[in-house]
Unconditional design. Sequence first.
Length: 331
Amino acid sequence: MSESNQISADLDKRIDLDKVLQQVRVFAPATVANMICGFDILGFAVEAPGDEVTMRRVAQPGVRIVSIKGDDGRLPLDAAQNTVSACALQILSDLGLTEEFGVEIELVKHMPIGSGLGSSSASTVAGVFAINALLGSPLSKDELLPYCIAGEKLACGHGHADNVAPALMGGITLIRSYDPLDIISLPVPEGLCAGIVFPHVDVPTRDARQLIKERVLLKDAVVQWGNVAGLIAGLYRNDFELIGRSMQDVLIEPVRSILIPQFAEMKQIALENGALSFGISGSGPSVVAITRDQDQAATITRKIQEHLNQLEIDCNTYVSNVNQQGPRILD
């Protein structure tokens, strides 16, 4: 966590420990990274699924994880190794509160690990938002984002923001630059919806990333640049036709889709049933149909689920508008 943003406890951010909350429960959403054509630079948040973090202040200084549910025992209880607690530790350290503030954490995973839906980022964002809320929200979302990126690096080995930025900020986000960090919120056309299918197959993020070519043909790069620009223009113009024809991936999808059984067949089902576009969510195996409304997304996810079940492939399905709030306090 040494690369997280170092924020000093300056005079404007003194915290009155007599006025902090005693407990807070926070939900943070899943995300669809890349938005098909925007590898590592675009992403949006959904309403469900997501993760919950409960934090409570205790007398003993330090940060401890007391329980994790829904992870099948896969996540570490060690406070320095779990993204939720590690980020909280760093924030307390940067605010000068390590020796006087104690926190206990309960994490509830409501989303599958390794799904391509930003599982680690949902937990990280929930934890960062929770510790900030517990302290009376002394830091802005912009100030919290570097901690989330550092948590993502701890979890995945790469400090990418295409999941954590939309999970924290809500809506659709563009990562224009990492140095300096420059995150741009994009408009969300009314009705824009995602139909998500998570087939129960294993596609590790590291394996999916290793398939990506380090060099691409200039002609393919030009096509991809045009698609990203067209997508952003479509969002600003509220032009669903432009959004649909722009959300095409000629660089990443052709290689990553090999790891996802029935990808071509699922894509055909989605497009035949009116999807604006269809592609991989993050590194997969989850796939996403972008639609004009929830009814259309529900129809597509149901038909894809029926197709997969016929092949004895189990799956989870989610239908959601774009979540424009990001994390929220539940209690």
